[in-house]
Design a protein around this ligand. Structure first.
Ligand SMILES: NC(=O)c1ccc[n+]([C@@H]2O[C@H](COP(=O)([O-])OP(=O)(O)OC[C@H]3O[C@@H](n4cnc5c(N)ncnc54)[C@H](O)[C@@H]3O)[C@@H](O)[C@H]2O)c1
Length: 245
């Protein structure tokens, strides 16, 4: 492993399990200093990383929690370089069942959290004229999956926000990009019917169920020095499923 991220301070939300856990591990292997953020337990991730990590329990939909997180990170490291907005929820609800409470919760966790991260971390990144946001969207926004209108709206919103934020912070050396993972083998997808999972990944040229580590690799690139000229983009990480049309 290279030390491409040596001393970078990287905040990864939803890093207690699944895709976020693998992103945190991949960045730690590149020698970033990792801040594990989750509403749940992150001790398993901390144990796998096996070195000093900062663990912060936070709800990404809470502005108060973001303010606290920025304070804790600044007190500990005096800087923040990378924010990976990965925490997300994807409860299925057909439009006939979808209520306002679930719509708002999905928007708050999957989209508003990304705005809050920018409000609280852009000032810290500006201090060193360097920053990387990677915001997790989903390739499901282009797929005919029922029961996901709220989720798809939030994940489309992520791409719009990434595009807009990239424009506002480019002069500060900060890049903002989104990734769109395919259906991936995580605790969050474990309850889904096997036929449904297969129906998605069998359409991919790379015909297998993605591992969280498959998604982490492009995040390592987007948060590196080498990705400095790439911003405002949404990168499909989906085994080739996305069709340009
Ligand atoms: N797994 C997939 O098939 C897939 C595909 C495309 C996109 N995604 C996206 O990738 C991201 C991660 O998905 P996953 O499958 O690893 O999910 P997961 O459910 O396995 O893990 C999500 C993590 O986020 C945490 N979390 C949830 N709500 C939170 C909150 N309000 N505040 C802080 N932490 C919170 C959970 O505690 C958990 O540790 C999500 O944004 C998801 O929408 C997943």
């Amino acid at each position: 492993m290279t030390a491409s991220h040596r001393d970078r301070v990287a905040i990864v939300t939803g890093s207690g399990r699944g895709i976020g856990q693998q992103i945190a591990i991949a960045l730690a292997r590149r020698e970033a200093r990792i801040v594990l953020v989750d509403i749940g337990d992150v001790t398993e991730t901390a144990k796998i990383i096996g070195q000093d990590v900062l663990q912060v329990r936070a709800d990404v939909s809470s502005e108060e929690d973001w303010a606290h997180l920025a304070q804790v990170v600044n007190d500990r490291y005096g800087r923040a370089d990378i924010v990976v907005n990965n925490a997300g929820i994807y409860p299925m609800a057909h439009i006939d069942q979808l209520d306002v409470a679930l719509w708002r919760k999905t928007m708050a966790v999957n989209l508003e959290a990304h705005f809050l991260s920018a409000k609280h971390f852009v000032p810290l990144m500006r201090k060193h004229k360097w920053g990387r946001f990677v915001n997790v969207s989903s390739n499901s926004i282009g797929l005919p999956i029922p029961g996901m209108s709220h989720y798809m709206a939030s994940k489309m919103g992520v791409i719009g926000f990434v595009r807009g934020l990239a424009n506002d912070v480019a002069a500060d050396g900060i890049t903002v990009n989104a990734i769109m993972p395919t259906i991936t083998n995580t605790p969050g997808t474990q309850g889904a019917p096997e036929e449904f999972l297969r129906s998605v990944w069998e359409q991919q040229p790379i015909r297998r169920f993605a591992d969280p580590a498959d998604i982490a690799g492009p995040v390592v690139f987007l948060t590196s020095d080498e990705a400095a000229f790439m911003t405002g983009q949404a990168l499909s990480v989906d085994g080739g499923l996305y069709k340009v049309s």
